[in-house]
Design a protein around this ligand. Sequence first.
Ligand code: NOJ
Length: 546
Amino acid sequence: MSELWYKDAVFYELNIRAFMDSNNDGHGDIKGLISKLDYLKDLGIDCIWLLPIYPSPGRDDGYDIKDFYNINPDYGTLDDFKELIKQAHDRDLRVIADLVLNHISDEHPWFIEGRSNPDSPYHDYFVWSDDPAKYPEARIIFIDTEISNWTWCNQAGKYYWHRFFSHQPDLNFHNKEVQNEIKNVIKFWLDLGLDGFRADAVPYLFEREGTNCENLPETHVYLKELRKFIDENYEDKILLAEANQWPEDLGPYFGNGDEFHMAFHFPLMPRMFMAIKRENNSAIIDIIKRTPEIPANCQWTTFLRNHDELTLEMCTDEERDYMYNEYARDRQMKLNLGIRRRLVPLLDRDFRKIELMYAMLLALPGSPIIYYGDEIGMGDNIYLGDRAGVRTPMQWNEDRNAGFSKCKPSKLYAPVITDPDYNYNAVNVESQQNLPSSMFNWLKDMIVIRKKYKILSRGDLNFLHSNNRRVLSFYLEYENEYMLCVFNLAATDQPVKIDLKQFQGYKPLEIFGQTELPKIGKSAYFLMLARYGYYVFYLIKNKAET
Ligand code: NOJ
């Protein structure tokens, strides 16, 4: 694969705990994941993103790290990890993992020592204040659990700063030692063969009075240093930014191609859900138009769902109300500024809608990430606490515990989904692999197509003018090749006339069935789309016309 492999890659996000349990203790582990690498390869995945793999008290599913240099014992050992990398690489699969640099667990030795001894070098690894009103413009992120970004520490006799849970003190990046510690962590894991990191919560590294303490220039300076360190010492590694920000603020995370290779496109995701409810293409068009150009060696990462609540932070108040109204009727479904549901329940198990959303994901700019279980349409459990309801065991087959573990069901880290509509007896990998028309097989075919046409991952997007706002239409352009993409966002059949003058003489070739459509002429091109229907055409140049 080329140096820019991530620009064409399909990613798969998983939590080792939730994927496959090899020793039947109720928790997934690395050996379990290794046994499922062929499954991921078969689906067409290029790169796995592992949620935090490090020892942790587990109060934020591993995002509360207590040792950067080891593997969570529930998951296995460093040797297991090395074996995972080897086995993945043998299959041309890459592996990236979460790098949680903004904060650590309050059980980490740095905090334990730093809080009790003001003379310890570790004291200054954290952000302290006598005044809990400092940095008043910084918002609270976990609004359902936290009332302040400051928590009182009895031992230190002052407050410490935390952007997330109060048990996760922020590291003080003004301290050079902290900056170096993170470099050492990066070195440790890249030396073991990891292919890169999804860097957690990067907007919040530095604090400064008079600002909202997000996206500060000093943060970018430091992130560029990390990139430089990686580029100088390694090849082909990537950094993916988790920066839940507006498009204008996301642009700087790519720098001049010298900061992050990739960044999640957070604002696009909720607008795809909005678009199909409103039956109107404007939310998607507006946000893509607001999206900055990025350097040639960078790529967006796009997703429909992930391990967190469907975040509505990058929405206006009005948009957020609309989303709650449409997608979170039950109060249990809301969490912080988001909705804790999985993809298929959000889409009412309507396979037309599901196909449409995935088809858009694969055609819009960026490399897609699939969240484990969403390839088979797993359900959720909104009655589990926090975000646990979208993190239940992977459903492999109809055996005990969905084939995830042979332990007693009561020993599982979380119950499997048993509600009738999503019961693992019916919704599981094995049954979907055996059914040619299943969601799994459909998605697998889509990934094959996506890889066959490089324009789908590399093309520049240009919106097309049409007479129907319920239909989203654009073309992609890459190295003098063109692809026409048309999506019906409505629950009813829709006619559309698209202005394709510039492609006069070209013939649209439908890429799934390889069917040619009539030549494009001077007048607007007419298409009829079924409810939630879509077309992706490769435009064939008619030699006679050139
Ligand atoms: C972002 C992660 O995606 C989320 O799961 C976690 O709770 C926060 N960072 C805090 O670590």
